[in-house]
Design a protein around this ligand. Structure first.
Ligand code: SF4
Length: 297
């Protein structure tokens, strides 16, 4: 007998390209409704800060990066200051983000390149951004989309996983995933699509145990059944890594609500976050949805 996951997958294997595009856009509409406040979760005030924070976010959580950047940018408020920094001093500040020696070398080198090549300013084109040390397409697209309003897809670990689960791509390379997904959506949607998919990956569609039984897009997902199907158990898996000011939730097609408020350093970097309100019988989730530590990156 076929498993639920296998049945779900088979339903979509014969999908036409047009059907896939329609399904993809419907998923995006539901995610937009589910996460009305989706945004870049790395705290920043300008392109320089977002660029540095994105480099620091490799192999760690945004929460952890947000815990060190206030001190970092207080000490080094611009590229010129960071370029002149002593690496050991930078290492001390960013140590909680892990790989701090390599990251310190990276961001000081990045700042030096900004000073040497771009007059201390962050360039606003993909071609120029990717010439900076440690900056690839993902980081460049984060900066372009969130600071310069240039649409871009951010193919991070969450986005890649979900794009594969949704059968938006059959590739596991970032460049190919970006190309496949770009073909499904209008360019203007790319930045917000990235935020919403990443939020879904962080909050519901986790790497190890997706909360399928509490997922607003379950009817459209070829990977439905990969995770927990029991709704009550699935709700316990919901995670709100950065959400403290619960209440900004959005409606979903299935009646679920996902609180998705902004947080600014509200959660501690050394442990799982919790929301405050209880799960309701009407399908709304306004809290006490305990978070877990699985794949919080
Ligand atoms: S949680 Fe389950 S149903 Fe929802 S998107 Fe992920 S795999 Fe699909």
């Amino acid at each position: 007998m076929l498993s639920v996951a296998e049945k779900s997958r088979r339903r979509f294997l014969e999908e036409t390209p047009l059907g896939r595009t329609r399904r993809a856009r419907k998923i995006h509409r539901i995610l937009a409704d589910t996460y009305p406040t989706a945004h870049a979760e790395l705290d920043h005030r300008d392109a320089f800060e977002l660029l540095v924070a994105t480099v620091l976010s490799a192999q760690t959580t945004d929460v952890r990066v947000n815990s060190v950047t206030p001190a970092l940018f207080a000490a080094y408020p611009d590229a010129g200051a960071l370029a002149a920094a002593t690496r050991e001093d930078v290492e001390e500040i960013i140590r909680p983000t892990g790989f701090y020696r390599a990251k310190a070398r990276s961001i000081v080198g990045l700042a030096q390149s900004l000073v040497d090549e771009f007059g201390g300013e962050v360039p606003n084109s993909l071609e120029q951004l990717v010439t900076l040390p440690g900056v690839g397409r993902k980081t460049a697209n984060v900066v372009l989309g969130n600071v310069f309003d240039v649409p871009g897809l951010t193919i991070d670990t969450h986005f890649a996983r979900l794009a594969q689960r949704f059968l938006w791509t059959d590739s596991d390379t970032a460049d190919r995933i970006e190309k496949d997904v770009a073909a499904l959506f209008p360019r203007k949607d790319w930045t917000m699509l990235s935020h919403r998919v990443i939020w879904h990956g962080r909050r519901i569609c986790h790497a190890r145990t997706p909360a399928c039984g509490a997922c607003p897009i379950s009817a459209l997902c070829p990977a439905f059944g990969t995770g927990e199907l029991d709704e009550r158990k699935a709700r316990k898996l919901l995670r709100f890594e950065l959400a403290e000011d619960a209440g900004a939730g959005g409606k979903t097609d299935g009646g679920s609500r996902v609180d998705s408020g902004r947080a600014h350093g509200s959660t501690k970097a050394d442990g799982p976050a919790r929301t405050d309100a209880p799960t309701r019988a009407d399908g709304s989730v306004s809290g006490n949805a305990r978070t877990n530590e699985e794949d919080t990156r």
